[in-house]
Design a protein around this ligand. Structure first.
Ligand code: AMP
Ligand code: MG
Length: 405
């Protein structure tokens, strides 16, 4: 049995960052930039008006500083999208937000500070030279670094790409993930139940949902009986994937065949059993570059092991730089007690922000109690060797959403 930190170090060191593929911007949400991307143009690409108003020459406004009136001749208008006319001293051009600044003009006075009288406009207040003008290149200049390798593309970054007319881009390839579940008692959702002792499989549905929320399109390889040959047959498909995941059949009973099957197929077993609760019976093996995770059958253990040991591997393969978010420190508002302290425990908790971060472990923590996830938003870490943590102490917390992305 190995410690969690060692297990995490091993899985991460065995995982390789995947290569790249070119995709359309429309498919790029949550993907990771492969190569640094540089600005294709200056943004803004031309000096333009930040407000609706009048473009003028600042010197014409100077009398306003001494409370003297200024009236200028309106010589035209420039809506957004139009090519502007130029102006001379004594002239003003009506201008709209986003429209290019006419040649000669250096200031825009907002419409609210003007009075229009026929083809004449009077100005009610002075503005400094350059007022209400967005300068060419003030956001970013052509050739500057726009998005660096490793950047995860959210809606914000997609907008940045769009403004540079970047239609296709290179991102890290997504891992191909296959999943199967094992157990003579296991039934798929919707499948007819023949015996009371049969159990619905939640594991493949949970894990596929978690994978899909990371943008992965997993392949479900079915429900496999507790039969070594049947398990070996599915394991034999590992070459089709970067990662193969199974659930169940990794404990110590004579109905648990996954480890033997893996060994007989020549996989290299890196570890079996991690000192964590829940989720101790976890198997990690490798065949060439292909990774195999044998997750426990208990639905809670299965999901937690995915979150803490598989998700970081997927993030590494996808090109993420920050694979593991730092733990949050939160104040415990109710004591935690446990009987044995031989393993690091992950309790599902509720984290709230009041004056500070407060956290509480939920009731019903057993590894078959999936419903606890309904109100949980974090894991509380109870370290090895610790039996009791009083209220008021600070604990390490992993928030679900921040752990995910
Ligand atoms: P195992 O790891 O195969 O010994 O299974 C441990 C527990 O998890 C047993 O109670 C199983 O019935 C249950 N279990 C196994 N596979 C699944 C699954 N796919 N969905 C829900 N529960 C499961
Ligand atoms: Mg089983």
């Amino acid at each position: 049995m190995i410690d969690f930190e060692d297990a995490l170090r091993i899985v991460l060191s065995e995982a390789k960052v995947l290569g790249s593929e070119r995709i359309f911007i429309s498919e790029a949400l949550n993907r990771v930039v492969y190569k640094d991307i540089y600005a294709q143009l200056d943004i803004p690409s031309f000096d333009n008006a930040a407000m609706d108003g009048f473009a003028v020459i600042n010197e014409d406004l100077l009398p306003l500083k001494n409370a003297l009136p200024v009236k200028l001749k309106i010589v035209g208008q420039t809506p957004a999208g139009d090519i502007p006319t130029s102006i001379k001293r004594g002239e003003a051009v009506k201008i709209y937000t986003g429209a290019p600044i006419p040649e000669g003009a250096d200031t825009v006075i907002e419409l609210e500070l003007t009075k229009i009288n026929g083809d004449e406009v009077e100005f009610l207040a002075y503005r400094e030279k350059g007022a209400n003008i967005r300068k060419k290149g003030e956001d970013i200049k052509k050739g500057e670094l726009l998005l660096e390798s490793g950047k995860v593309l959210r809606g914000y970054e997609l907008g940045i790409l769009a403004s540079h007319n970047i239609v296709t881009l290179d991102v890290f390839r997504m891992p191909r993930v296959g999943i199967f579940v094992t157990g003579d008692e296991i039934l798929d959702v919707g499948q007819e139940k023949l015996k009371d002792s049969e159990i619905r499989s939640s594991n493949h549905i949970s894990i596929m949902g978690l994978l899909e929320s990371m943008g992965i399109k997993p392949t479900f390889l079915g429900i496999v009986k507790d039969d070594k040959e049947a398990i070996k047959e599915v394991l034999g498909r590992i070459d089709e994937f970067d990662i193969l995941i199974s659930t169940g059949g990794v404990s110590v009973s004579d109905k648990d065949f996954t480890k033997e099957a893996v060994k007989e197929l020549g996989f290299d077993v890196k570890f079996h059993k991690v000192a964590i609760k829940p989720g101790k019976p976890m198997l990690f093996a490798k065949k060439g570059d292909k990774l195999f995770f044998g997750l426990p059958g208990n639905p809670v253990s299965c999901v937690i092991n995915f979150d803490i040991l598989v998700r970081p591997v997927i993030k590494k393969m996808m090109g993420y730089k920050d694979i593991i978010k730092p733990f949050l420190r939160a104040k415990l508002i109710a004591p935690i007690k446990r009987k044995s302290s031989d393993r690091l425990e992950f309790l599902r908790g509720i984290l709230n922000l009041e004056q500070e971060l407060l956290v509480e472990a939920l009731p019903k923590q057993d590894s078959h109690m999936l419903t606890t996830f309904r109100s949980a938003n974090c894991y509380i870490l109870v370290p090895k060797g610790v039996n009791e943590i009083p209220a008021g102490e600070y604990v390490d917390v992993i928030m679900f959403s921040s752990y995910i992305r």
